[in-house]
Design a protein around this ligand. Structure first.
Ligand SMILES: [Zn+2]
Ligand SMILES: [Zn+2]
Length: 196
C-alpha cells in the first residue's frame, strides 16, 4: 500500500456504533452490544448485550437523576440540588435550603442515565479491540472502526475531503495515532487485534 490516500467523510464515531465489541463480563470472550433502533437519533441510544459463548444476562438499567436549581422563596439563597442516580420515579422532590433550612417541594428536572448490571453489580465494559500503547489506550469499537483506523494509519497521504467542512472524525483522533513515527508499531498492534 504505497500510494494509498486516506479520504473519509465520516464525521463522528456514532457512524460505527451500531455494534460495539466488548469483553463479556462473565466469560471474557468476545461479546457485543447491539444498538436498539426504537430510540434512533436520541442523544443516548440503547444497546442490547449478547454473548454467543456463554449467553450471560447483562442488562441495561435506566436510572434517574433529579435536580433543582431555584431561588429559595424564603431567603436570598439559591437552591442547587442534584440527586444520586436512583431507579425511583418521583414527580416531586423535597429539598432543604442550605441557608435558611426551609424545606420546599419542587417538580425536579429529570435526567436519565444507564447502568449495565451483571449479577446485581454495576459493570463497565472494556472494548474487545483495545490495548495499551506507549501509555495511551488504543481502541476501536468494532472491526469496521479498526479497519478505518488502519486505513488512516497506513495511508501515505492523509487528505481530508475538500468538499466537506467542519470537524471530521480524523480531526478528533488522538495525537499518538496521527504521529507517523508510531505508524509501523500501530499497524502491528492492529494486526494483532484483528487476529485476537
Ligand atoms: Zn460470555
Ligand atoms: Zn432559603
Amino acid at each position: 500500500m504505497e500510494t494509498n490516500r486516506f479520504r473519509s467523510t465520516i464525521k463522528s464515531l456514532t457512524a460505527f456504533k451500531d455494534i460495539i465489541n466488548v469483553h463479556c463480563p462473565n466469560c471474557n470472550e468476545k461479546a457485543s452490544l447491539h444498538r436498539k433502533f426504537e430510540d434512533y437519533r436520541s442523544y443516548r441510544d440503547h444497546y442490547e448485550f449478547r454473548c454467543n459463548n456463554c449467553h450471560a444476562e447483562v442488562k441495561e438499567m435506566k436510572k434517574f437523576i433529579y435536580s433543582v436549581d431555584r431561588n429559595c422563596p424564603f431567603c436570598p439563597a439559591v437552591i442547587n440540588y442534584r440527586s444520586l442516580p436512583t431507579s425511583k420515579i418521583k414527580k416531586e422532590i423535597e429539598v432543604t435550603c442550605n441557608d435558611c433550612k426551609e424545606r420546599i417541594c419542587y417538580t425536579p428536572k429529570v435526567e436519565s442515565v444507564y447502568d449495565w448490571k451483571f449479577k446485581g453489580e454495576n459493570i463497565e465494559f472494556t472494548y474487545w479491540f483495545s490495548e495499551r500503547f506507549k501509555g495511551e489506550m488504543f481502541w476501536a469499537v468494532n472491526e469496521e472502526h479498526l479497519i478505518y483506523l488502519e486505513d488512516f494509519i497506513s495511508a501515505k497521504q492523509r487528505q481530508r475531503s475538500k468538499e466537506n467542512y467542519g470537524m471530521m472524525l480524523v480531526d478528533k483522533l488522538p495525537q499518538f495515532i496521527k504521529d507517523k513515527k508510531n505508524r509501523d508499531e500501530l499497524l502491528k498492534l492492529i494486526l494483532k487485534l484483528k487476529n485476537k
